[in-house]
Design a protein around this ligand. Sequence first.
Ligand code: GDP
Ligand code: ZN
Length: 312
Amino acid sequence: MEKFKGDIATVVKHTGSHYLVSNLPDWNLVSCVVKGKMRIKDLHTTNPIAVGDHVDYDLLEDGTGIITKIHPRSNYIIRKSTNLSRRAHIIAANIDVAFLIVTMDFPETKRAFVDRFLVTCEAYKIPVTIVLNKVDLYTDDHREMTEHFKDVYSRAGYSIIEVSGKTGHNIDQLRNECKGKLSLFSGLSGVGKSSLINSLDSTLRLRTGKISDYHLQGKHTTTFYEVHPLSSGGFIIDTPGIKGFGLVEMGIEELSHYFPEMFKIIDKCKFAPCTHTHEPDCAIKEAVEKGEISPDRYLSYLGMLEEESKYR
Ligand code: GDP
Ligand code: ZN
């Protein structure tokens, strides 16, 4: 099931003015610039071309190229631009799977962060696998939290892998899941993204940041997003230093569409649209009462609903 066929160029690195492209799965990098006209076309984003984009380019005599066309994206993920404009920055496009790296502790990944990330990926149509890292550090308490976590998210329909980048626990399984895909590795700073990528392929030497002992916050060690080729097959985009992704603009009635366990039974609500809060004969509320939907996830939903309503 190899989707990379070598007949289309993919942007694998963006360094400000240049884009490195390669016809994956080959790794023959061509340095490209963008045809002048294309630069100003997209006013909603700060970067019209992102890593993962499929492009056409003209090869020049000096071996460099000029990008002439971007193919339609199957999906993409953005973060809000740092300036105050309403423009967003596209992190990556055409992602096959996002691995959300989570740690129970060192640093703690808050459930609100996990749920927000999952909603974002659902909205962007990016499949997610949750990776629980640093299992070598877990105490009995952590184990208990882990079991609860696994119960909540597997019931919501997500796959979860427990790994340790340090001991190599389940790294083979993760490596297998990366084969033939363009994967995004995301999670808070310090959860071990770079270390994991290095352990998937020992020829990659991503810099790993030390967690500062004060706030247990990782340092940002890289700035530009790039695609890393795995010698075992597949390609990974590391997203260092990302605290949160920009949520797509959505109506509050739409939010529950991005909780897969809710979306499944949404047709059974008496009212449409239903916010699953005050409406009578609400299938979601019933499912929560019966224990079919995790109360944790429902509370998270309510929290996000409230936050979203604030901006209207
Ligand atoms: P990133 O910010 O997500 O890229 O995290 P890093 O890969 O830089 O890792 C942050 C810190 O966690 C480093 O000091 C790593 O050595 C450590 N670390 C990463 N993975 C593991 C693991 O599985 N077990 C343990 N004990 N430490 C880990
Ligand atoms: Zn409802």
